[in-house]
Design a protein around this ligand. Sequence first.
Ligand SMILES: [Zn+2]
Length: 253
Amino acid sequence: MKAELEQLIALQNADTSIRKLKSEIEAIPKRRAEIEKEFDQRAFEIRELERVRDEARQERARLETEVSEQRTRAERADRNLMSSKKQDEYTAAIREADAARKHISQLETQILEKMEAFEQAESKLKEREPEMTRLRAEMTERIREFEDQARVQQEHLEANQRERERLLATLPKNMSTLYKRISARIRDGIAVAEARNGSCTACFMALRPQVMAEVRRGDDVITCDNCNRILYYVPKEAREKAPAKAAPNAVAH
Ligand SMILES: [Zn+2]
């Protein structure tokens, strides 16, 4: 019986770890997004400069397209001017050519402004390049560490799941059934609880002295009258020697 109780405790430890690891693994995308957001905020000024630079480049391209449209317009007006046979056609063509050239000159001024804005942003970005490089390296490193950690969690989860299967297969059928029934019914999934100082450590209910004595003997599977969990007892000397091993709630990984 003692050995079986130990297996039940080990099973509980595995299940507790599985629960904890599953919730940690579930939170991975959120935690990863948080890291990325943190770096995003730190890179805010740099991103703003990049935005200004890119906008200036796009604006310049747009203005250049407009210039070429106006050149076509001016050339067409010039042709009309050459072929005009009447005074009003001639006047209209001159006006059109003038308007187009005036517009081109305005656009060229704007293009110069955009070029200047582009160069300013570009030179500021160059100044901050070492900072950007450092930030990127830091972020890559953090993500890499995070992924390593996530991989280890996944490995631990799989190891605990294998251990769980192994324990369930070695336990007597009635014990594994009892364990599964209790852990499925109880919200926190803890089916095995330590009886300490005359109480159940899961529901804090005082145990009858006779129950406590039976748990202490460990000859039978004893369950808590109140919460129905399987009770076990850790002698004081054993607890002092290896406190973590005895408590299913305190699982290290
Ligand atoms: Zn209890």
